[in-house]
Design a protein around this ligand. Structure first.
Ligand SMILES: C[S@@+](CC[C@H](N)C(=O)[O-])C[C@H]1O[C@@H](n2cnc3c(N)ncnc32)[C@H](O)[C@@H]1O
Length: 284
């Protein structure tokens, strides 16, 4: 579905650091990004409206994946110029094909977010969603995002935090899984799967102003159960193999936890919640 096989992905370089490149390029991630956008955007767009930005702005979507947010931003700001950058070419090709109607106002380029081509102070709004938890040295990337944003411009980030997912107990207790698997996975990949709570301090250290932390609540009351379940299904399909390699859980055990969480979401009397941090800041 994605074109080139995963085995043909180029070797990672120092500026293309993407330890989850295999999972990011997988068919399950394409499904996941679509489901996440369906779940999150309706609440997220209200937070973006609060920035009261004019319609003709320059927007960067750093680590844009398949263009789910970049396309929605281009539609939300009808006179904007939106650039999405990523290092997975099949994602960029899919984004260009899907959103050709918005070109050339919306464009997609192969660039690493560690080393963006834009000059200092280029963008009015710099967006980075669902990326920070999956890369090493997130502080370096945040510094680069700050560099390309103009004075008075905005950062808008979704830094995931795997301590903010809550499911009901069944035969298994999902708290055991979420307590143990993300720290081990992060240690093994040099990433911080709890970056959601750590971004505030990094932004404060970079001297940013008006830092806010809000939450999109992906739960079984606000989001259709099947949309929420689709996110967990995609995580299961994309990650159980590496969870089996990198943590004390076997792939089969990880799958059993995911299957139970999916059943929890689908149970008409079940309740589950994923708190998704949305962090924003202004360049002074
Ligand atoms: C989970 S996806 C999120 C995609 C998109 N932001 C969204 O919200 O739908 C993370 C993306 O970050 C990209 N990424 C990881 N490391 C990167 C790097 N060094 N430069 C550019 N993109 C990167 C991955 O290739 C992947 O497409």
């Amino acid at each position: 579905m994605l074109g080139p096989s995963l085995d043909t992905l180029p070797e990672e370089t120092m500026t293309d650091l993407n330890p989850q490149a295999r999972q990011m390029a997988d068919e399950s991630m394409v499904r996941n990004l679509a489901a996440q956008a369906r779940a999150i955007w309706p609440q997220e767009v209200e937070l973006i409206r609060r920035y009261a930005l004019p319609p003709a702005i320059r927007i960067l979507d750093a680590g844009c994946g398949t263009g789910e947010a970049a396309s929605r931003l281009a539609e939300l700001f009808p006179r904007s110029q939106v650039l999405g950058v990523d290092i997975i070419d099949p994602h960029l090709e899919l984004a260009r094909a899907r959103y050709a109607r918005l070109a050339p106002r919306l464009s997609f380029k192969h660039q690493s977010i560690y080393e963006l081509e834009a000059p200092d102070g280029t963008f009015d709004l710099t967006v980075c969603r669902h990326v920070m938890h999956s890369i090493p040295y997130p502080d370096r990337v945040l510094g680069e995002l700050v560099r390309v944003t103009r004075r008075g411009g905005r950062l808008h980030l979704i830094p995931e935090d795997y301590g903010m997912l809550h499911f009901q107990r069944g035969a298994l207790d999902p708290r055991d899984f979420w307590h143990e698997a993300p720290p081990r996975f992060g240690e093994a990949t040099g990433t911080d799967l709890f970056i959601g709570r750590n971004v505030y301090g990094i932004l404060a250290g970079l001297g940013l102003a008006d830092i806010s932390v809000d939450y999109v609540v992906v739960d079984t009351l606000r989001v259709p159960r099947e949309t929420f379940a689709a996110i967990l299904q995609a995580w299961r399909d994309g990650y159980v193999e590496s969870i089996g390699q990198l943590t004390r859980f076997t792939s089969q055990q990880a799958e059993a936890y995911f299957d139970q969480m999916i059943a929890n979401i689908r149970d008409p009397r079940g309740y589950a919640v994923w708190m998704v941090p949305v962090v924003s800041a202004r360049l002074p």
